[in-house]
Design a protein around this ligand. Structure first.
Ligand SMILES: [Ca+2]
Ligand SMILES: [Ca+2]
Ligand SMILES: [Ca+2]
Length: 185
């Protein structure tokens, strides 16, 4: 009789848990207290998001991805004392972010921060996704339009995810607004 009677074993991990945003932080990379080139928004998620759900050309879930050059426009929409940040992916893809309510009064007229092909000189806007840290970082490029305020203090931003974002198992993200870290551009 053969000695090995053990049944083959295997396990399948079923992921039924919806992903969710876990943090949003603003950081200054230019002049503190005003929204300008080099400033960043970092969004962290509870688990890896399918890269292609952010941008259809991001087809590899295991490597970091970046959009920049001609492709990214960051818009901060004037909304009184709680101006709101969104992004566009330009020619490459429709970028599915959702929106960040800054809780700050960063401008008195809606501003755009753009990439290659925009007027002026300076850095392009960029979006980078790092699946290892589950962090999406948006970097403001040079300003194109809008009227900025100065001396904005720290506030707690809020992030509401785009409903089309999914984890690697295909579970849709929570679209409940999540409060982030007290911070500023
Ligand atoms: Ca999950
Ligand atoms: Ca700044
Ligand atoms: Ca405003």
């Amino acid at each position: 009789m053969l000695g090995n009677s053990a049944s083959p074993t295997s396990s399948i991990t079923v992921d039924n848990a919806a992903p969710a945003p876990s943090n949003v932080t603003l950081a200054n990379g230019g002049t503190a207290g005003t929204a300008d080139a080099g400033d960043t928004v970092t969004l962290v998620y509870s688990e890896k998001i399918a890269s292609g759900a952010f941008c259809s050309t991001w087809t590899n879930n295991t490597i970091s991805q970046t959009l920049n050059g001609t492709d990214v426009v960051v818009t901060i929409t004037n909304n009184g004392g709680n101006d709101t940040l969104t992004v566009g992916g330009g020619a490459t893809c429709t970028f599915h972010l959702g929106s960040v309510a800054t809780s700050g009064n960063y401008l008195s007229a809606t501003a755009t921060f753009a990439g290659s092909g925009a007027s002026g000189t300076g850095a392009n806007s960029a979006i980078s996704w790092n699946p290892s840290t589950k962090a999406l970082t948006i970097t403001l490029g040079r300003q194109q339009t809008g009227t900025l305020n100065t001396g904005v203090a720290n506030h707690t931003p809020t992030y509401t995810a785009d409903s089309t974002l999914k984890d690697l198992a295909g579970n849709s993200i929570s679209t409940t607004a999540v409060n982030g870290t007290n911070s500023r551009f």
